[in-house]
Design a protein around this ligand. Sequence first.
Ligand SMILES: [Fe+2]
Length: 347
Amino acid sequence: MKLDDLCGLLGARSFPSAQAREHPERDDVAATRTAVSAAVTDDEFLVDCMARELDLVESGVRRRGLTPFFTMPDLGIRFSFGYWRPGSTPGPHEHTAWTITAVCRNELEVLTYDREESYRRQMLIPKNRFEAPAGRSGFIYEPCIHNPRNNTDRWSLSFHVTSPRDGERLVDEERSLPVLDEFVDRMLADRGHPYDGVLAARQRQIVVRQVAQLLAPVGSPQAGILLNRCHRAGTAVTRRFIERLRGGDAVTGCGDRSRTLVRTHPELALSHRYDEKSGLVRLGAETPEGWVEELAMSRVARDALAFAARTNAFDVRQLPGSLYEDERRMIAEALEDSGLFTRDTHA
Ligand SMILES: [Fe+2]
């Protein structure tokens, strides 16, 4: 099965067009959920979707919540993947139109809340709790408040099919619930701060590693091609991660890496602090919440981190200090993996 097959199935049902004000029939959403359940246990389908997910990664688009890798042009239905680090949760939030969620790898726990009572009492009133193992899918048809969480110590991967109208404020809804408003504000916040680029760079690497983790055991030619794309999009740390997934096999055809590191945003403010007591040098960034430590290294890296803090672009061989070549490489890799710097692919 391919993504086109699922889209064909959706197209054959009676889903309203992207601009229509009405919602589909419940049967259409339920039938789609059945198809999604089958799709997410089919490696060919997941690999096909991952090709588009990598297009999204390579485009450099900043992810915000569930970022669609594909949107059906006529129906506006969105397809996205969710990546769940161990213990993570987006927090309670509301879906205002239909959505289908399926777990592809590992599992999630989903708490739901009594929407009517929650609004009435102005606090979240728990209703149900569902375990969602890999292969399980569920759908929301009526507006619903829920909170998924990865309660395990491994990453989980989910697949989402979402109405173009999900997220719209309901016209007959004059009530509000502070915890839901805070979630929406967080999602819509466009801070435009230089540090956002750092978070986006890290998020990209998370996605690349998780996509690679899905692809590596599949073993099909298509999965192999995509794994090479993951390798090309990866930092040095991600590349080693991918090579381990492949059983130590070198990935061919990826070329040498640039030696030039460029600050992820030219206005990103970095500074270093040396702590005599611990003997550690700390490199930190100015964030909307103040100075945040990003790296801590032994004093041997002091001159190199001071240089990185004041230099926007440099060849890693320029990192100063009495360093062995390996130490210089490790500092460069840490700078890249932190998201503070990225490899200049044009160098
Ligand atoms: Fe949700």
